[in-house]
Design a protein around this ligand. Structure first.
Ligand code: AAL
Length: 451
């Protein structure tokens, strides 16, 4: 073969490859999930915001792919639940369905609170009989006794299997092995479990779920677990962070499944919940944003899984990109994502956010609905609430200061009184001079109905 033949063959191959990559594009229509009407003005972005375009009046869009074989796109219009899709170059023509958002009772109230400072600080509701509860805290024995070198915190629900109580929790050391301070107490942690015969003396049994291999979505820390026992299986849900753990990092929620509370736990390969990616960071201060995005655009925290109405309800706390203080309170709200099967897929509710307050998720069943407690943060901080449907919560009463990070021991007795569903459990406490560098330990809480 001649030299000229080689040159023309290479030119030919180059031209074919070039035309393939240049022609690669994805087109589609975005439609209303119920009416199938096209939706104009949907903002379509990729995750690093280098692509930003909007659908036309026919809901149409077209994106040229450069060298990518696949692309993750976020479809965002304020009237609809944000949708995030992974599309590949072979998806030439796609149809994206967006579900219309609905307002929860808590959001409707919040709109009235933000009108005036006074309303935000003085929630208007009726104090209902039987909804008052008092908390007591007690130090634990065994491996849950105070240890000033350790981080033991964010206990899961307590479950009883056979004769033993089980608890899963965040565990790590207070400082790095070389003595350096960590970014947060809950950074560089794993999930361990402990058992107890009486709920007071606990024996640490070993790791349940460890951080992932380098490069995995959970390689920096796995923490703040909750557990659901259902149909002979056990489901752990927990927060995951990928390295490096910096202010702007977005966490995810992971899940591990086992047929015994002693494990072995098998992690799902992908997170079951992610933040809503419709905010945009600014160039300046770490908290500066060009667009805040949804209430959960930065973090999805404190996952808590309940089996409710034949479905799996994953409650979580959302933190927002560019979070600010509103009337002196942190901007914190909860969402719920619902699945038909315990391992998902979990679909965020069209009613999100379902609360307007609440630093940590604390929920239990009551009379066919779901009750909750809001600890700190937001206009409805220090209240106890109930919803008939797990979505539309109403304020039932006020409570004083509560322990932090409840892990409830749930029993079948929850319908006996409004607060019977939260009789005792575990919580955590901070020790040391500063919350960032101190030690954390697990305590027991008990409640009694306030007459
Ligand atoms: C807790 C929880 C989450 C946060 C941190 C550890 O109160 O809200 O778990 O990430 O603090």
């Amino acid at each position: 073969m001649t030299k000229q033949f080689f040159i023309s063959l290479s030119l030919c191959v180059f031209a074919i490859l070039h035309s393939v990559s240049a022609q690669s594009s994805i087109s589609g229509t975005v439609r209303h999930a119920d009416t199938m009407n096209p939706i104009p003005n949907v903002l379509i972005t990729n995750l690093d915001k280098t692509i930003q375009l909007r659908t036309d009046i026919d809901g149409r869009f077209s994106i040229e792919l450069k060298n990518e074989t696949s692309i993750r796109l976020v479809f965002d219009n304020p009237l609809f639940v944000v949708s995030e899709k992974q599309l590949t170059a072979s998806d030439k023509e796609v149809e994206i369905l967006l579900a219309p958002r609905k307002m929860s009772a808590a959001t409707a109230r919040w709109l009235t609170y933000i009108e005036t400072q006074k309303a935000y600080d003085k929630v208007d509701f009726k104090e209902n009989d039987g909804w008052q509860v008092e908390f007591e805290q007690e130090q634990l024995k065994g491996d849950f006794a105070v240890d000033t070198t350790m981080i033991r915190r964010d206990p899961s629900a307590v479950i009883k299997v056979g004769k033993l109580y089980y608890n899963d929790y965040t565990r790590g050391t207070r400082y790095r092995p070389n003595g350096e301070e960590k970014f947060f107490p809950w950074d560089e942690c794993d999930i361990w479990y402990a058992t107890s015969k009486d709920g007071y003396t606990w024996k640490e049994q070993g790791p349940a779920v460890l951080r992932g291999e380098n490069g995995q979505f959970d390689d920096a820390s796995v923490f703040t677990p909750e557990i659901l026992a259902h149909d002979g299986m056990f489901y752990l849900v927990y927060q995951c962070v990928q390295n490096p753990y910096v202010h702007r990092v977005k966490n995810t929620v992971g899940m591990a499944v086992a047929s015994s509370p002693d494990g072995p736990w098998k992690k799902l390969s992908e997170p079951i919940l992610r933040p809503t990616n419709n905010g945009e960071w600014g160039e300046g201060h770490e908290d500066e944003v060009l667009k805040k995005g949804d209430f959960d655009s930065h973090k999805v925290h404190d996952p808590c899984l309940l089996y409710y109405n034949n479905k799996f309800y994953l409650y979580y706390k959302g933190e927002r990109m560019g979070e600010e203080k509103m009337h002196g309170q942190r901007e914190i709200k909860w969402g719920v994502a619902i699945a038909d099967n315990p391992t998902g897929p979990y679909i965020k509710s069209v009613h999100n956010p379902v609360t307007n307050s609440g630093h940590e998720v604390c929920v239990w069943p009551y009379k066919g609905g779901i009750a909750l407690i809001h600890t700190d943060d937001g206009p409805e901080r220090h209240t106890i609430q109930w919803s008939p449907d797990g979505i539309n919560f109403e304020v039932m009463g006020t409570i004083g200061k509560t322990p932090k990070a409840f892990g409830i021991y749930r029993t079948e007795e929850h319908d006996k009184s409004p607060t019977r569903g939260i009789r005792w459990g575990l919580c955590h406490k901070y020790g040391g001079d500063h919350w960032r560098t101190g030690y954390n330990y697990i305590q027991r809480f008990d409640t009694k109905e306030k007459k």
